[in-house]
Structure formats: C-alpha cells, structure tokens
Write a protein that binds this ligand. Structure first.
Ligand code: AHM
Ligand code: MG
Length: 339
C-alpha cells in the first residue's frame, strides 16, 4: 500500500466532511511547528537547549509557578510564531503563559482557538527521556469578534474539534483525532513528513498494567489508596491477578504506551496538591488526552465524572485524571462511587 502522508489524510478527512480548510491548515501548521520542536529536542546539549531558562541567579518561572526549562520556552515560541499568520486562529492559550496570546493585528483573525502544553514532561528533558507536545482545538463561540476573551476558551472538552500529541522519543510520532477515531503518524526524518502508520487505534478494554507516581501514595484520598492497594495485592488479592507498573513521568509517553498495549494512567488528587485541584491541567493535558483516548475506545474520568464534561472555570484549572483501558477505568471509578 502507498504511504499516506498527513497532508493526504487531512485532505481526505475534509472531503469526507470532517473539518474545514481552516482546521486542516491549522493542524498542518501545528504539525510543522512540532517538527521544529523535534529538531530542537534532538540537538540536546549540542543545540544549547538543556537546562533551566533565565539566568543562574534568576530562573524563569511560568504561570504555574514551575521553573521553566529552555526547551519549554523555545517550544512555546515555535508554536506561537508558527500560528500567528495563518488567518485560521482567533487566539492561542499555553500552559506557559498567564493570558491567551492574541493574533497580531497585522494578520486576519480566524474562527479557531488553539490550546497547548508546548513541552510536556519537562522534568525528562535533561535526562534524554521522551517528552512531547499536547494540543487541543476549539471553535470560537459564535457572535464573538475582535480580541478574544479568556472566557471564550472555557468550553468543556466535549466541544473539542481536534486534539493531538507529538512524542519526541526514539522516533517522533503524531497522534491525532478529529472526532472520528485516533490515528498515529510517524515522522519520516529523511523526507520530513508525517506518514500514517496506525489507523483507528483501539485500546484493549482490559489491562494488567497501571501507571501512577507511587511516591505520592500516602497523600492520596482513600478510594485511590484502596484501588491501588488491591492492584498491588495481585493474585492473592480481590482482583485475582498480578499487575505490572510503569511510570515515565511524561504523560505523552505514558498515554502512548496505553494506546499501544492498553493500561491505566492516573494522576489523582492528593493532600499536597488538593488546593490546586490536581496536578494535570484540564485544558492543555486532561481534555486533549481524554478526547484521544475516548476516540480509541478508552475512557477518561476524574473519578467523579467524565473529564470532557467538566465545565472549566479557569484557563489553568487542574483536575484529577484516570484514563486508559475502558474496563479498568470503570473499576477505578467504582472505588470512588462506593466511597
Ligand atoms: P509538565 O507539563 O510541567 O511537564 O507536567 C506534567 C507532567 C506529566 O507529563 C507527567 O505525567 C507528570 O507531570 C509527572 O509528574 P511527577 O513528576 O509528579 O511524577
Ligand atoms: Mg504537561
């Protein structure tokens, strides 16, 4: 079979009625920007991209109160620059910036809103472990013109028209959904184009593998303590089988493993982060990943409800996350319901 490029795939999607020309152009521009991030990431120490942003005396902090890595800043700038001029966007919002970035007055303003975590898994940059970019696309609410207000971004995940992530790993992968199936594209580094390598990914419904940061165990709420306790009890416990554990600490890599062979991923609420509402960000991480996982036959919940139905109250809102193989997510949620 002839290889299908991202451009061909998107063109065929548009012909089939999924997405318009502006959305297709927007996704192509995001993919192109991610290729530049892949190049920057791949240079490592040779490109001077490792380490913290800012100076030794004053490390640069983002709106989340986290120290920014050089590659966080570079990736954010690449995505902003690439998306400024196309005429398909009304504004961008980024995990790294307090307020949305308006489209410069020199360019036309379009009807879409783009949200992204420019470099997910920042703590893994300097140790050569996979990192990634996560993005989500919404439509600007009808009737709005001029500068975009933050409130226009505050739409539930069910409103997403597209979402994706790119993993900068041993190979560079783009995983994308436009709302009918989740598809994987691999970057052909010689040709410089993304090629469709898995159509309609299906996450196995059952799994014996979980991903969670176990060092937080004593801080979790009771239902999560009980659920993971039962997994750890293995064959002799109530689940009657042994479970394996993985934790990359790059959500893109952990979710990609689940897309490939199944599994459950969780970053639950714990007493250290309770005031913040969770660790992962609803708009930049939880919603796009939930859309991708649901479109691959998986499930995504806060433990109390479907992530994509959470009504956002702030751009940088955080939520507890449980996602992956459908039946296992259901089992984990049941512990919360019982409580
Ligand atoms: P980041 O966007 O600042 O990199 O933070 C998100 C990351 C996720 O990729 C990952 O699942 C989680 O934080 C890891 O957290 P921890 O270091 O607490 O295990
Ligand atoms: Mg992140």
């Amino acid at each position: 079979m002839k290889p299908v490029s991202l451009t061909q795939y998107l063109t065929e999607e548009r012909r089939a009625g999924y997405g318009d020309t502006d959305l297709i152009q927007l996704l192509e521009i995001v993919a192109r920007a991610c290729k530049r991030i892949a190049v920057a990431t791949g240079k490592g120490a040779l490109g001077g991209v490792l380490g913290e942003a800012g100076t030794a005396d004053s490390i640069s902090m983002n709106i989340q109160g986290e120290a920014q890595k050089k590659l966080d800043v570079i990736s954010n700038e690449i995505l902003l620059d690439a998306n400024a001029w196309g005429g398909h966007l009304a504004a961008c919002a980024s995990e790294e910036m307090e307020h949305p970035q308006q489209i410069p007055d020199a360019y036309p303003r379009g009807g879409y809103l783009l949200l992204f975590d420019p470099l997910d898994g920042s703590s893994n940059i300097d140790v050569n472990i996979s990192v990634g970019t996560i993005f989500s696309v919404l439509k600007r609410p009808g009737g709005h013109r001029g500068k975009v207000d933050t409130s226009e971004f505050l739409q539930p995940g069910t409103n997403q028209v597209a979402a994706g992530y790119v993993v900068y790993g041993s190979c560079t992968l783009l995983v994308l959904t436009l709302g009918h199936g989740t598809h994987v594209f691999t970057l052909d580094r010689e040709a410089g184009s993304f090629i469709l390598t898995r159509r309609d990914v299906q996450i196995p419904e059952d799994t014996s593998e979980f991903a969670i940061n176990m060092s937080n165990q004593r801080f979790w709420e009771a239902p999560m303590q009980r659920y993971i306790g039962d997994l750890l009890a293995g064959k002799e416990g109530p689940r009657g089988r042994d479970f394996n554990m993985r934790w990359v600490a790059s959500m893109v890599a952990d979710v990609h493993r689940i897309l490939t062979r199944g599994g459950i991923f969780s970053y639950p609420l714990d007493s250290k982060i309770k005031a913040k509402g969770g660790k992962l960000r609803l708009m930049y991480e939880a919603n796009p990943m939930s859309f991708i996982v649901e479109q691959a036959g998986g499930a995504a919940s806060t433990g109390r409800g479907r992530i994509m139905e959470v009504q956002p109250e702030g751009l940088h809102q955080r939520v507890p996350v449980i996602l992956g193989s459908k039946n296992e997510v259901k089992a984990a949620v049941q512990y919360h319901t019982d409580a």
